[in-house]
Design a protein around this ligand. Structure first.
Ligand code: ATP
Ligand code: MG
Length: 367
């Protein structure tokens, strides 16, 4: 059952449509992420859930109750922003205890609950320190503990880790997932960081210009992007302009770069028109390279190409191939061979192969 129902919610600021008729059902216990570029409306949507901004139209229901017009303090949820917003004159333990004191819990119950949370966020030994005596990462852990201590129905998090360095952020990712699982509190998390979204979420809504481009599980968002925007926004992706040459019930023959033809598997193939133009999206790590044409052409599409350049990343090397007609193809090749790395040098001829299910045809109506 959905704990949070966002129904046809719209918001304009000064004539700009910032959130455009968005509907989302979020399930109880989910780690749900709103992902999108700067200015796409993530924070505005989150602030409407929190009650800090009123929608122009639409409805928001929490646990079946219409909260659209409920003031923020009456909503059984908490919000964490990038800044820590701890009470500077209170110790770590008192900061965490604050919501329970406000709710008039008994002192013994408060102590037990606070100690449990302190253990969960690994801050027991810092309980008597003040916020200025702990690090940024520790402050954010206190803020998270304080937001979970009274077990809200919902925790809203707006880029809560963006002030932390990359290493600490990764550590906090694992802690957040653990805390979310342990407490069972439903999280709605906002980020513009695709890696963060993929690593943390049960489901992701990818937002662009105030609308949802795709809502799916992380692995589907990554491997089966539905639009040009989603394919491009998440990770590296080749997007080749492609023409439909022929279709069968489950395959499409495409032509890219004016001359290269291949067939792919696609359950939606019967809905395409011959001559239709779209995009073929193909992740660089789905391609295989070889100096000789040793690939099994009955099962793979094989293209003869030329190396345009490469970038060594340590564990992988990213090659750029030239398909002609101003079309480039990126290939990520792993470097885990025991006999060291052998590079394909610039201008050498090369064969590149991929599986009929490796990529996706995106029809232009979705681009
Ligand atoms: N109170 C406001 N008054 C006017 N315009 C606003 C207001 N709040 C947000 N906006 C505008 O609405 C758009 C969406 O803003 P929002 O803060 O929701 O984006 P975001 O997706 O959270 O971006 P970021 O990743 O940069 O935080 C932006 O163009 C922003 O300038
Ligand atoms: Mg924002």
């Amino acid at each position: 059952m959905a704990i949070l129902e966002i129904k046809n919610v719209t918001k304009q600021f000064g004539g700009n449509l910032v959130v455009d008729n968005i509907s989302i059902d979020i399930k109880k216990g989910e780690f749900f992420t709103l992902l999108g570029p700067s200015g796409c409306g993530k924070t505005t949507l989150l602030r409407m859930i929190a009650g800090l901004v009123s929608p122009d139209s639409g409805q928001i229901l929490l646990d079946g109750v219409d909260i659209t017009n409920l003031p923020p303090e009456k909503r059984p949820l908490h919000t964490i922003f990038q800044s820590y917003a701890l009470f500077p004159h209170m110790t770590v333990a008192d900061n965490i205890a604050f919501p329970l004191k406000m709710a008039k819990w008994d002192k013994s119950r408060i102590d037990a609950q606070v100690n449990e949370l302190l253990e969960d966020v690994q801050l027991s030994q810092f309980k008597d320190r003040y916020p200025h005596e702990i690090s940024g990462g520790q402050k954010q852990r206190v803020a998270i503990a304080r937001s979970l201590v009274d077990r809200p129905k919902l925790l809203l998090l707006d880029e809560p880790l963006s002030a932390l360095d990359a290493r600490l952020r990764e550590h906090m990712h694992m802690e957040l997932v653990k805390l979310q699982e342990e407490t069972g509190v439903t999280f709605v998390y906002v980020t513009h960081d695709q890696h963060e979204a993929l690593a943390l979420s049960s489901r992701i809504a990818v937002l662009n210009h105030g609308t949802i481009e795709q809502l799916d599980k992380p692995d589907i968002i990554y491997s089966k992007p539905k639009t040009h925007f989603v394919a491009d926004f998440l990770g590296k992706c080749n997007l080749l302009k492609a023409e439909v040459l022929a279709t069968t019930t489950d395959t499409v023959t495409l032509r890219v770069a004016s001359g290269i033809e291949f067939s792919i598997k696609d359950p939606a193939s019967s809905s395409y028109q011959i001559g239709q133009i779209g995009w073929y999206s193909l992740r660089p790590e789905k391609l295989k390279l070889s100096a000789e044409n040793t690939f099994d052409a009955t099962n793979l599409s094989v293209i003869k190409s030329k190396v345009n350049g490469y970038y060594y990343y340590g564990n992988d090397t990213l090659y750029e191939l030239d398909l002609g007609n101003n079309t480039k193809l990126q290939v990520m090749a792993p470097n885990h061979t025991s006999d060291g790395v052998k590079f394909f040098v610039d201008n050498s001829e090369i064969y590149v192969a991929f599986d009929p299910e490796a990529g996706n045809f995106l029809d232009t109506s979705s681009c």
